[in-house]
Design a protein around this ligand. Structure first.
Ligand code: SF4
Length: 385
């Protein structure tokens, strides 16, 4: 794609700096490794994401702005096995490497493709974002709203400051990563949510991606010891057949039965308005399929209060209720040192006192001690920088 001089593009160009995730070739082209597309970007052109561009043989990446900042319960990301009830300060830029018709963050993710989308970027600094997180009592800082892989340099700039201040850093991502970008993120990112949207490569291609890089990312995250939770937005007629849900659940279990799998409800949004909204019966069917596949922690999301106890965490040893949830709200938390208080079963996750690694299907890993962080309330609030 040829670089154009539209207003938003000009603004974003002022908020870019040289990429740290590319190789420069002899002819001045750049091979970008920020996401699984691995674009060859020639001078004067953009990558598929339309936010990284080659100017004069140098690849530039977005830097120094946000298009959205908000402080929410960590359960909204969603992370259910990390610091229950913590506040997470989310920040996002513009753009995505996919173009999903049902995107729930399309105003930011599709800003470079769709004239109906777009939010004015706000110039800021990593210090200001981290200061806002501390002011709001956040324990976690999250790169989200757009696809964070394509803006990894900015995320890492924020995360460096955040880690110094004792905060935990997380990614909310489509999982279309590369080994090189995971190497780059690994020193900072402790929690990673992946959307596993479908188990059919042809459906992924309609969204602008491929299945295999996403599966590779999930395997790699777990192998690297980065806490991973997986979300499948169940869309009627698109990915909600028993067969496809079983394929997804069995894949997740093949990596680790300890990975939390969130099956969430689609609601009509953006360009996908034909399917009906996902009903309770579909979510509960998906939940059953996940449990039958051997997953220890399956959660039905987006229909709070309508899905019985499938929003809560139960001990896989004695079936006692450990964390009672409704939507993003924690009603009670009986976990003690990452264990069930009744039978002592170790619960995989990143808890305040201890981090329990997942038991990988191919190997067993010992628990790893975590840095303790201060507790925080779960009330949602907006932040200004
Ligand atoms: S981030 Fe992905 S889509 Fe964008 S230029 Fe790099 S490889 Fe291409």
């Amino acid at each position: 794609m040829r670089a154009s001089a539209d207003t938003l593009g000009d603004v974003l160009r002022e908020h870019s700096r040289e990429s740290e995730l590319h190789d420069t070739l002899a002819d001045g082209s750049s091979r970008c490794y920020a996401c699984g597309h691995e674009c060859l970007v020639k001078p004067g052109r953009f990558g598929v994401c339309r936010v990284r561009y080659n100017e004069g043989g140098t690849l530039y990446a977005p830097f120094g702005y946000v298009a959205g900042v908000q402080c929410d319960p960590i359960e909204k990301k969603p992370f259910f096995h990390a610091y229950p009830g913590a506040r997470a300060l989310s920040f996002g830029m513009l753009g995505c490497d996919f173009h999903c018709g049902y995107c729930q963050n399309w105003v930011t993710s599709q800003a470079l493709r769709d004239p109906a989308a777009g939010i004015a970027p706000q110039q800021t600094s990593a210090d200001a974002i981290v200061a806002a997180a501390l002011r709001l009592g956040a324990e976690v800082v999250t790169s989200t709203y757009n696809e964070p892989l394509i803006t990894s340099e900015w995320a890492v700039a924020v995360f460096r400051e955040a880690v110094e201040q004792g905060l935990t850093c997380s990614f909310v991502s489509n999982g279309n990563a590369t080994p090189r970008v995971l190497d780059y993120l690994e020193p900072y990112v402790r929690l990673y949510k992946v959307d596993l949207k479908t188990f059919q490569d042809k459906q992924y291609r309609k969204l602008g991606g491929r299945l295999e890089p996403v599966l590779d990312t999930i395997r790699a995250l777990v192998a690297r010891g980065i806490w991973t939770e997986i979300v499948t937005l169940t869309v009627p007629g698109y990915n909600d057949s028993d067969e496809e849900l079983r394929d997804i659940a069995e894949f997740v279990a093949s990596v680790s039965a300890d990975i939390p799998w969130h099956v969430t409800a689609f609601h009509k949004d953006y360009k996908m308005t034909d399917p009906a909204n996902t009903d309770v019966g579909t979510l509960l069917r998906a939940w059953e399929i996940g449990k039958r596949a051997g997953l220890r922690y399956v959660y039905a999301g987006n229909l709070p209060g309508s899905v019985g106890d499938t929003e809560s965490t139960f001990c896989p040893g004695c079936d006692g209720k450990l964390v009672d949830r409704r939507g993003f709200q924690i009603l009670s938390d009986r976990m003690r040192q990452g264990e069930c208080p009744d039978c002592g079963t170790r619960i995989a996750g990143v808890w305040r006192e201890v981090a329990n690694a997942v038991e990988r299907t191919d190997t067993v890993q010992p628990p790893v001690k975590s840095n303790s962080t201060p507790s925080a309330a779960s009330r949602s609030s907006r932040s200004s920088l």
